[in-house]
Ligand binder design. Structure first.
Ligand code: AHG
Ligand code: MN
Ligand code: MN
Length: 336
């Protein structure tokens, strides 16, 4: 029996390859892993510890908060604010940047996170996740402002998510491919279970919330209609459909067996003055970094997500990501 490669082993190994690395990044990823282990344990206990249900409040985007949205946000902050690895944090659940209290040690990184993605799944015992993106803090800045966070996705130092499903799985990229680690609950360690994850270029599986179909724009409608027409239609093959309502679970499925995931902008969203549903800084950017590192593609339909210059912390974007050839087809339909 052998132990395998722990997440800590992997991070230390990666650090060795970076000249001048101080161990701060290693420390930061360890803090994130600690937060995710705690969240995995809370998700697992669920109703036993009374964490299901609504909190009775709304977040900055006017969405109803679940108890677990608030709890997981607090867990993430506690795990990250005391160890001197970050200069500031930003989260789906907080309107403004979270600055550390005076006297707390500062580090050179900033983290944006969605502490609980797919939180509407929590109460019905379906997969949820945590998404994070790591940016460099501007040199010498002790209390970063929202302005300091406005860096395009291409500048991310690392990104990842933890999926709380039948297993809890941490997926990370530092820009050198994508690695997966499965939580061994008895050991309390994430162990590497897949090295160099690659998304198949072709797929016959799509994920979209079809209840919005009457609002879709023409290119999206055309693409989905052709998928639905199957063997008899323009595509000449049958497609399968999935919708988990948790982006982490959709991306994980795509990393595992390919597929395309879409949350496009539609007429209804546009009329409401929104640019899409998903948020750039802590959903679209980290997931796009992972997907591209696994050989997939990620776009709004009109531009590469990682190239977008962010304008605000809670900015929304249309998202089309997954198997390269399908994403390229959707992009082509947008340009025609
Ligand atoms: P969150 O729970 O963090 O607000 O995110 C939910 C997101 C995303 O994960 C998922 O793909 C989508 O919203 C679900 O949208 P529908 O409610 O339209 O299914
Ligand atoms: Mn989310
Ligand atoms: Mn969330």
């Amino acid at each position: 029996m052998h132990i395998g490669k722990t997440l800590t082993n992997y991070i230390i190994e990666t650090q060795r390859g970076i000249e001048g690395a101080t161990g701060e990044f290693t420390g930061l990823l360890n803090d994130i892993a600690t937060a995710c282990k705690k969240i995995a344990s809370l998700v697992d206990k669920g109703d036993l510890i009374g964490v299901l249900g609504a909190a009775g409040s709304e977040n900055v985007q006017g969405e109803e908060q679940k108890k677990m949205d608030i709890i997981t946000n607090e867990v993430f902050i506690e795990a990250l604010e005391n160890n001197g690895h970050v200069a500031g944090l930003a989260s789906e659940e907080m309107e403004d940047v979270y600055n550390l209290a005076a006297g707390k040690p500062r580090g050179g990184y900033m983290v944006t996170f969605d502490p609980l993605d797919g939180s509407s799944n929590m109460d019905v015992n379906v997969s949820v996740g945590t998404i994070f993106s790591i940016l460099k803090a501007p040199k010498g800045v002790e209390n970063p402002s929202a302005e300091d966070f406005m860096q395009p996705g291409t500048t991310q130092v690392a990104a990842g998510y933890c999926l709380y499903g039948p297993s809890s799985i941490m997926v990370i990229t530092t820009g050198q491919g994508v690695k997966m680690f499965t939580l061994d609950r008895d050991m309390g360690e994430f162990i590497m279970t897949r090295d160099d994850v690659k998304i198949p270029e072709d797929t016959q599986e799509f994920a979209i919330n079809a209840s919005n179909s009457r609002h879709w724009e023409a290119p999206v409608k055309r693409y989905i209609d052709e998928c639905l027409a199957g063997k008899e239609g323009a595509r000449g093959k049958d497609f399968n459909m999935r919708w988990v309502a948790s982006m982490v679970a959709e991306v994980h499925r795509i990393l595992t067996r390919g597929g395309i995931f879409m949350y496009p902008i539609d007429e209804k969203t546009r009329k409401a003055g929104k640019e899409g549903k998903l948020r750039l800084m802590y959903e679209a950017n980290p997931m796009s970094f992972i997907v591209e590192q696994a050989g997939g593609a990620s776009t709004t339909g009109r531009e590469r997500i990682l190239d977008i210059q962010p304008k605000e912390l809670h900015q929304r974007v249309p998202v089309v990501l997954g198997s390269k050839n399908e994403v390229e087809l959707v992009t082509r339909y947008h340009s025609e």
